[in-house]
Design a protein around this ligand. Structure first.
Ligand code: ZN
Length: 203
């Protein structure tokens, strides 16, 4: 999910007296870690159900780290593996987008095990959809079951922006984009605009 959905102000890179680190999350992570290209709609991998992760090894941990770095670089708050053309059930989230390890969520093989009946209708963006934004109806609260990078199962509940982000990223792992959850008419208009941009080489 893209950061603009959250209305975060532009990066403030001016040093603040008395503050130790003025590094942005992207700077903290991208210095030594490989960054991936984020694929955009209509790349087929984005429309596929991703494979379940069965091996919890150093490669998986490294992939998650690279996904965080790629996400911060793109100023996102969530990134799913299919968005870097890796068809695996893996997503990383940092809703405050501060690079603080306590706020970093890695979800492997996640599934929504409960969602509230009340819904919220708010604007979303996606790193695979450029500057397209639309209001999307989502459950107000969701409970998710997932594995961590060691394979241990855990549960997490999210409301507000985290709840929305969890639903958005888990959708990615099932080959669903947010434009699949809006009216057919709106979706068609967006798809037409993207096709035009592709033709112009501007997508
Ligand atoms: Zn997305």
């Amino acid at each position: 999910m893209s950061e603009a959905s959250k209305g975060i102000p532009a990066e403030d890179t001016h040093p603040v007296p008395g503050k130790k680190s003025t590094k942005t999350p992207a700077e903290k992570h991208s210095a030594t870690v490989k960054l991936h290209k984020i694929v955009k709609y209509p790349e087929p991998v984005l429309a596929k159900v991703a494979d379940r992760v069965t091996v919890f090894d150093d490669n998986l941990r490294q992939l998650a780290e690279e996904m965080f770095a790629t996400m911060y670089e793109a100023r996102g708050i969530g990134l799913a593996a299919p968005q870097i053309a890796v068809a695996k059930q893996l997503t990383v989230i940092d809703v405050p987008n501060d690079g603080n390890p306590e706020d970093q969520l890695v979800l492997v093989n996640p599934e929504i095990i409960h969602h509230s009946n009340d819904t919220l209708y708010e604007e979303e963006g996606c790193l695979s959809l450029g500057d397209v934004r639309e209001k999307v109806k989502r459950a107000a609260v969701v409970k998710v079951r997932a594995q961590d990078l060691t394979g241990k199962w855990f549960e997490i509940e999210g409301d507000d922006l985290l709840g929305r982000c969890l639903q958005h990223e888990i959708d990615h792992l099932n080959g669903v984009l947010f434009i699949d959850r809006i009216s057919r008419l709106k979706r068609e208009l967006i798809v037409r605009r993207i096709r035009k941009l592709i033709k112009l080489g501007e997508w």
